[in-house]
Ligand binder design. Structure first.
Ligand SMILES: Nc1ncnc2c1ncn2[C@@H]1O[C@H](COP(=O)(O)OP(=O)(O)OP(=O)(O)O)[C@@H](O)[C@H]1O
Length: 338
């Protein structure tokens, strides 16, 4: 188990302060906007930065006083940092030679990793002869070579184009599940975090805003900032909620709370064809509602009918509001009957 307890680091105009755990075999995705402190957190765990206070623990061992090379941490950097003059096999073997493994053990370990990352056909190529996705896998194999106790991946797919990212994401997920090393993956892409991680930690300006499983975060976002960051539409302020007849606090109306074709009248304002789905924007109770689904046969200017399942509406905290209040209000979800 990897534990960060009261870990703090301050730069001019920025303060990171985190406490979190990554259980054995689990992947934690660190999600947050640019500048929220994701890379700083990884660097603190890797021993590339010294914290102002707090500790990093691996099981019962405190890593904080140990230099980076003594921490048994595997790190994949955003740019992969491969050695350009070495072959794939030599890149993977590099750290093992440095650690004075014997030749037979190195050969065996490199073969295992070439197999795990499907790189056998490319073993003798140099990085410049590889595709972006292949380079990414070499960096991963190299980070895993010395059987690290912790794996840290900083935007592991960030340098790749969208299609390749999607392909490699599932592969990376499979490799991480197979290696079962506690892993922290930094990403700023919520869908990537959801696919890859058992737990997601959402960081904003150096502070953890919310953590939980992907389902917990997505289905029960804490406040409007989290809901919007995770890609939700229909996120309303207290004032907008009041106009719709909801209690006086912010709310999320998730897609599954909205039923088209029955209920109150709403005016279609926008229609966006997206291929597999069609998105509509509806004017309803003084607000704009966003709906996405199968072809509705509706166009701007048409009158639609919409029914809201109030039991599925999610009350949100005002930003900065205390957690206790949310727990109290969580029980009120089903009592909304405007
Ligand atoms: N060595 C440093 N000296 C001073 N400030 C730093 C240093 N490293 C990071 N920072 C600042 O700390 C803040 C967090 O940076 P960090 O790189 O951890 O963010 P991030 O969430 O990883 O961002 P991105 O997604 O853009 O990579 C930023 O405001 C950055 O300017």
């Amino acid at each position: 188990m990897l534990r960060l307890t009261g870990l703090q680091k301050t730069y001019p105009g920025f303060a990171l302060s985190v406490t979190l755990e990554v259980r054995p075999g689990q992947t934690l995705a660190l999600l947050g906007p640019s500048g929220s402190g994701k890379s700083t957190l990884l660097r603190l765990v890797a021993g590339l930065e010294v914290p102002d206070s707090g500790q990093v623990w691996l099981d019962e061992t405190e890593l904080t006083p140990l230099p980076s090379e003594a921490r048994q941490v595997g790190f994949v950097f955003q740019d992969y940092a491969l050695f350009p003059h070495l072959s794939v096999s030599e890149n993977i073997a590099f750290g093992l030679r440095e650690a004075r493994w014997d030749n037979a053990s190195i050969r065996k370990r490199v073969d295992e990793l070439l197999d795990l990352t499907h790189l056998f056909p490319h073993a003798h190529k140099r990085p410049e002869q590889l595709s972006g996705g292949e380079r990414q896998r070499v960096a991963l194999a190299r980070a895993l070579a010395h059987r690290p106790q912790v794996l840290l991946l900083d935007e592991p797919l960030g340098a790749l184009d969208l299609k390749l990212r999607q392909e490699l994401l599932l592969e990376l997920r499979a490799i991480l599940r197979q290696t079962a090393v506690p892993t922290i993956v930094v990403t700023h892409d919520q869908s990537e975090a959801f696919v890859i991680a058992h737990q997601v930690t959402l960081l904003r300006e150096g502070t953890i805003v919310q953590q939980g499983t992907p389902e917990q975060l997505f289905n029960r976002p804490k406040n409007r900032w989290v809901a919007t960051f995770l890609g939700h539409r229909n996120v309303f302020t207290t004032e907008q909620s009041r106009q719709m007849g909801l209690p006086a606090r912010p709310h999320l109306l998730p897609q599954e709370a909205l039923m088209l074709g029955e209920g109150e009248e709403a005016r279609v304002q926008e229609r966006i064809f997206k291929g597999f789905t069609v998105a509509l924007e509806l004017a309803w109770r003084g607000q704009r509602l966003y709906l996405e689904g199968p072809e509705p046969g509706l166009h701007p200017g048409d009158t639609a009918r919409i029914r809201v399942d109030w039991s599925k509406v999610v009350p949100l905290e005002e930003e900065g509001e205390k957690n206790e209040l949310r727990e109290l209000l969580g029980t009120q979800t089903t009592s909304i009957k405007p």
